[in-house]
Design a protein around this ligand. Structure first.
Ligand code: 5GP
Length: 240
């Protein structure tokens, strides 16, 4: 399958049309951004690592009954994916308080939450991705039916259950992550976008070292992420 016109360029990926109107090619870029692109960087090979990590995790989730947009990974940086209408809600799932949750509510960083917390954020850079509730989702027409919000929450929790256990076996604590969903031509809600260290927080269970984009956000190890992402990929692959 060949790339045709560029359909969309985001902060971390480009989406191309293909000869099949229902399929797109997602190209993972080496660019890194944080704080709504106020901080920008790039690291050669980062896109390929995220593409490979996301491929592994989407395959794991598919095999556990979570439907995704991924059709096939074409090469190191490119995935063939089903075309979906993206739901403009960032679904954030949290096991441990850190990041914006600690800032917003004053919960001590590292506090293990008493249950898995699912939050919705509006996917809108101009507004700085504000947190929203169910009523905001309806007012903004982000979904046509309130029941879809419960489906998103259930899917978020199901993904968390699978990934948390998977990473615990690899001595990585899945602290939190962000996922996006889209609706395909048959009206099915599919996990879309990516799941990678750009969109998750992983803390090493033995050393507490951060193995994710917080290294870039917080300038840990000079802000370089590749070595940590390589380690995440190695651990994903080493235990079967
Ligand atoms: P926080 O709300 O604490 O900044 O982020 C919670 C989790 O969602 C983190 O794992 C973070 O990486 C992810 N996340 C939140 N917003 C975005 C976003 O706009 N892009 C990406 N890639 N991840 C995000």
């Amino acid at each position: 399958m060949q790339k045709k016109d560029l359909l969309y360029e985001g902060k971390a990926k480009k989406l191309y049309k293909t000869e099949d109107e229902n399929l797109l090619i997602a190209e993972f870029k080496d660019d890194l951004t944080a704080f709504n692109a106020e901080k920008k960087g790039s690291e050669s090979g980062k896109g390929a690592l995220n593409c490979l990590i996301s491929t592994e995790l989407f395959a794991l989730l598919e095999s556990n009954g979570i439907k995704t947009h991924l059709v096939e990974t074409l090469d190191d940086n490119n995935q063939l994916v089903k075309k979906v209408d993206i739901i403009n809600i960032e679904v954030v799932v949290r096991n441990v308080a850190t990041g914006s949750l600690t800032k917003r509510l004053g919960i001590k960083d590292g506090t293990v939450l008493p249950f898995t917390l699912v939050e919705f954020y509006l996917k809108d850079d101009d507004l700085n991705d504000p947190i929203i509730n169910d009523e905001h989702c309806i007012i903004l027409n982000l979904v046509d039916d309130r029941s879809k919000l419960e489906v998103l929450r259930q899917k978020g929790r199901a993904i968390n259950d699978i990934l948390k256990e998977f990473f615990a076996k690899r001595r990585l604590n899945l602290v939190d992550f962000k996922v996006e969903f889209g609706i395909d031509k048959d009206g099915e809600i599919l996990l879309s976008d990516e799941i990678s260290p750009d969109s998750c927080r992983f803390w090493d269970m033995d050393t507490n070292e951060k193995m994710d984009k917080d290294r870039f956000r917080q300038n840990i190890g000079d802000g370089n992420v590749k070595v940590a992402y390589e380690e995440v990929l190695k651990r994903i692959k080493e235990v079967k």
